[in-house]
Design a protein around this ligand. Structure first.
Ligand SMILES: Cc1cc2nc3c(=O)[nH]c(=O)nc-3n(C[C@H](O)[C@H](O)[C@H](O)COP(=O)(O)OP(=O)(O)OC[C@H]3O[C@@H](n4cnc5c(N)ncnc54)[C@H](O)[C@@H]3O)c2cc1C
Length: 386
């Protein structure tokens, strides 16, 4: 035990939640290690769409990001439809309302700039309590262990989350492929205008998002049963309507699961530990957007951690739970079945509303997807830039 390395915090997971918290703590002088089971750059199943709020909270220098040669697709509008109907096109003007990024590039960029010690390709093998400290992988000793390992985070499990059993998850399938120059030239999908298609039972939606010559196509549903069939049905429709090249539609999709905030019943804190991002189950319920909640939870955690002055009792960390509740609202205290699908009357009303410019623009995009009604969490001054 004597050759244990002591750290002020050990963060498990180097996605947007883990890297944002690592950076915030490292910039305030803390010694931080981030452990991730994968080597970076690594893929993450995600449409890779981020709002200006995320860029602001991260203090991201877009020019620097672009100069690295990373894909940064400005988004100016959306095409929205109920599956099978003609999409309504909404133009949101000259200023980008979102950006398309590739997660392998974005997450690597954020982690590399964090200033933390990185141990990648290093899955968590053990975490034990030793007095008021944690011993992680028999190598690191820390008073603060952070679970930022995404939906299947081992720290969340250790804190009592009922991973994969009693939880009402969103199931998703997706592929991201690079189009050949010929496919790109033929494609009717515009990079500045993602396409969103809602399932008729309103249990989820599918998307076609182009980022430069990369095409990201997927579906997410509150009830993951028969997800593969829903994806196949959607792809067949896209090919029929000429949106997708048949060859691209045959790309191999990957699956993933995660929790929407109101459905998540995970603990946020314990003695000497807390959860951020998907590990805590924070994604927005209407859109499934999870990067913004991941980044915001990390900034809120950093504030709460600093106020603890090194004493990470559950009582002191409670301030973090309160900040999350103030920011995201109430959540379930017990895991339960997914919410039932919308009744036929709601489905009918939605089918009419989805054909209108007013509803698709004001509700679907501006409120549900862009979350414009929630002011961004500002990036703390010492973290701005880079
Ligand atoms: C199909 C799909 C599409 C999505 N599209 C969008 C979108 O367009 N926009 C958006 O905002 N959100 C989207 N989301 C949600 C978003 O991807 C997540 O909310 C976001 O990645 C959460 O970030 P995080 O840092 O909490 O976790 P993650 O990004 O999942 O990072 C967790 C990290 O922990 C590591 N890890 C896991 N287990 C261990 C272990 N045992 N030991 C060590 N390390 C471990 C992983 O390797 C990973 O690097 C989408 C999700 C899905 C499934």
């Amino acid at each position: 035990m004597s050759d244990l390395v002591r750290r002020d915090a050990v963060i498990v997971g180097g996605g947007p939640a883990g890297s944002t918290l690592a950076r915030a703590l490292a910039r305030s002088g803390a010694s931080v290690t981030v452990l991730d089971q994968r080597n970076f750059p690594r893929d993450k199943t995600c449409a890779g769409w981020i709002t200006p709020a995320v860029i602001g909270s991260l203090g991201l220098d877009l020019e620097k990001y672009r100069r690295r040669g990373h894909v940064l697709q400005p988004i100016h509008g959306f095409r929205v439809a109920r599956m099978g109907d003609r999409p309504v096109h909404n133009d949101h003007g000259a200023e980008p309302v979102s950006y398309g990024i590739r997660r392998c590039e974005f997450d690597h960029f954020l982690l590399a700039r964090s200033g933390a010690e990185l141990r990648t390709g290093a899955p968590i093998e053990s975490m034990e309590r030793a007095g008021s400290d944690w011993i992680v992988n028999g190598a690191l000793r820390t008073p603060l262990l952070v679970g930022a390992g995404g939906h299947f985070c081992p720290v969340a499990r250790a804190l009592g989350a009922d991973l994969g059993r009693g939880e009402a998850v969103v199931g998703a399938q997706e592929f991201e492929v690079q189009m050949t120059p010929e496919q790109a030239a033929r494609s009717s999908v515009r990079g500045d205008t993602p396409q969103l298609y809602f399932c008729p039972d309103l249990a989820g939606y599918a998307w076609v998002v182009r980022k430069g010559n990369w095409l990201n196509v997927g579906i997410g549903r509150r009830n993951p049963r028969e997800l593969g069939e829903h994806m196949d049905h959607f792809l067949a429709g896209m090919v029929r309507e000429g949106v997708l090249d048949p060859e691209l539609a045959r790309s191999r999709a990957k699956g993933h699961a995660y929790l929407l905030y109101p459905d998540a019943a995970r603990p946020l804190i314990a003695e000497g530990a807390l959860l951020v991002g998907d590990a805590a189950g924070l994604a927005y319920p209407e859109s499934g957007e999870g990067i913004r909640p991941a980044v915001e939870s990390a900034l809120l955690a950093a504030e709460a951690i600093r106020a603890c002055n090194g004493q990470y009792t559950a009582g002191r960390l409670q301030a973090y739970s309160e900040k999350i509740q103030d920011r995201f609202g109430d959540r379930r205290v017990q895991a339960s079945a997914p919410a039932p699908n919308a009744n036929p009357l709601k489905q009918f009303a939605a089918s009419l509303l989805m054909r209108t410019r007013w509803f698709t623009r004001e509700f679907v995009t501006r409120r549900w997807f862009l979350h414009e009604h929630v002011a961004p969490l500002p990036c703390p001054a010492p973290l701005v830039g880079a």
